[in-house]
Design a protein around this ligand. Structure first.
Ligand code: CP
Length: 338
C-alpha cells in the first residue's frame, strides 16, 4: 500500500502486494462463507462523501457494524464544508479549512478513514492527478481508503475479483470482456481502470470494447499493459463489442465518460448521442463462453443492459454488489489487525 511517512493507505489496488491481494480475496470468500462477526470492537471508521453513493456507503457502514465497530458517515453536502487541497495556498476562496488540518484532527478521533473525493470536472489532466485523495493520504495518520477517486475505485475492483473467483472457481486463464454502455449520465472511468489493472494482474485475458473517443487513460493503459506482460495475460482494445464478447467468460458492462470531452458537457452529449446501440442484450451475451454478466451499478435498465440479461440466470449483479460487503470486511480486518 501507499506509505506516507507515517501510515499505509489504499489509493488503488496496486498499493497491495501480489500476495496481499490474493490473500485478501481468499479472506473475503472465507468471511462470506462464515458470515464473520466481531473483531473491530471499540474502533471507529469515518466515511467522508463528497459525491453520492448507494452501494459503497451502505456496504462500508454495514461492514464496520458487522465487525463490531462504529461507522461515522459525513456527507460533504450537509455535514461539513469544502476543503482546500493545495499546499501553500492563500485560503481566500470557498474552502474554510485545509485538508491537512482536517486530516490531522480526524486522525485523532478515528481508526480508519474512507473518502470519496469530489471531481472538479474541468479537465481530465487536472482530475487524473487525484490531488484531493493524495492530499488526504499525505496528512492522515490513520489508514486511508479511497472510495472512488477520478482514477481508481479499489473497493469495487476487490469485490469484482472476489466475484470472478467465486463464480469461475479461479481467475487466471479466463476471459473478461469490458464493454462500454450508453448512458446519459456516464460514470467516471475509475471502475474500469481498477478493473482492468487488477484483472490482468490476476491472470485474466481482457478485451475492452468502446466507441471511438472513449479511450481509457493512456498512463493507466500503459501500466495495465506492463502488468499484463509480467503476469502472462493479455489486453485487446477495440471498437467492436461483438468481437470483445466472443468467447468471454465474463461480460462486464460499464458506461464511462469520454476523457476527451471531460469538462465539456455539450461535446460529451453530442458524442454520446451517436452511441445508442451500445447496450448489452441476450444476443451479445450469447457470444460468450457461458458468459456471466457483471455491472458495478448503478445500472440504467434497458439503456445499458436489457431487463432480460440483468434479471437472467447469468447475471451476477446482485452477488457482485453483495461482495462489496464481504471484501470490505476482509480489508478492514487486515488494515486494523482484527
Ligand atoms: N459501484 C459503486 O461504487 O456504487 P455507488 O456509487 O452506489 O457507491
Amino acid at each position: 500500500m501507499v506509505e506516507s511517512t507515517r501510515q499505509r493507505h489504499l489509493i488503488s489496488l496496486q498499493d497491495l502486494g501480489d500476495d496481499e491481494l490474493s490473500t485478501l480475496i481468499e479472506a473475503s470468500l472465507v468471511m462470506k462463507a462464515a458470515a464473520t462477526r466481531g473483531g473491530l470492537e471499540g474502533r471507529t471508521a469515518g466515511m467522508l462523501f463528497f459525491r453520492g453513493s448507494l452501494r459503497t456507503r451502505t456496504s462500508f457502514e454495514a461492514a464496520v457494524h458487522q465487525l463490531g465497530g462504529h461507522g461515522l458517515n459525513l456527507n460533504a453536502a450537509t455535514d461539513f464544508w469544502d476543503l482546500e487541497a493545495r499546499s501553500g495556498s492563500v485560503m481566500d476562496g470557498r474552502a474554510p479549512e485545509h485538508i491537512r488540518d482536517a486530516a490531522e484532527v480526524l486522525s485523532r478521533y478515528l481508526d480508519v478513514l474512507a473518502i470519496r473525493p469530489a471531481l472538479e470536472g474541468r479537465d481530465w489532466e487536472s482530475d487524473r492527478r487525484d490531488a484531493s485523495i493524495r492530499a488526504w493520504a499525505e496528512h492522515a495518520r490513520v489508514p486511508l481508503i479511497n472510495m472512488e477517486s477520478a482514477l481508481w475505485h479499489p473497493l469495487q475492483a476487490l469485490a469484482d475479483m472476489m466475484t470472478v473467483h467465486e463464480a469461475l472457481g479461479a481467475i487466471r486463464g479466463h476471459r473478461l470482456a469490458i464493454v462500454w454502455t450508453h448512458s446519459p449520465t456516464p460514470a467516471s472511468s475509475a471502475v474500469v481502470h481498477s478493473l482492468l489493472t487488477s484483472s490482468v494482474r490476476l491472470g485474466l485475458d481482457v478485451s475492452v470494447a468502446h466507441p471511438s473517443g472513449y479511450d481509457l487513460d493512456g498512463e493507466v493503459l500503459g501500466c495495465a499493459r506492463d502488468i499484463a506482460e509480467r503476469s502472462g495475460s493479455s489486453i485487446e482494445i477495440g471498437h467492436s463489442r461483438e468481437e470483445a464478447a466472443t468467447g468471454a467468460h465474463i461480460v462486464y458492462a460499464r458506461s464511462w465518460q469520454s476523457l476527451e470531452d471531460h469538462g465539456n458537457p455539450t461535446l460529451a452529449a453530442s458524442r454520446r448521442a451517436r452511441t445508442g446501440e451500445w447496450i448489452i442484450d441476450e444476443a451479445l451475451l450469447a457470444r460468450g463462453s457461458d458468459a456471466r454478466l457483471m455491472h458495478a451499478g448503478p445500472v440504467r435498465r434497458n439503456l445499458e443492459a436489457t431487463d432480460e440479461v440483468l434479471d437472467g440466470p447469468r447475471s451476477m449483479i446482485y452477488e457482485q454488489a453483495e461482495n462489496r460487503l464481504h471484501s470490505q470486511k476482509a480489508l478492514l480486518a487486515k488494515l486494523l489487525g482484527a
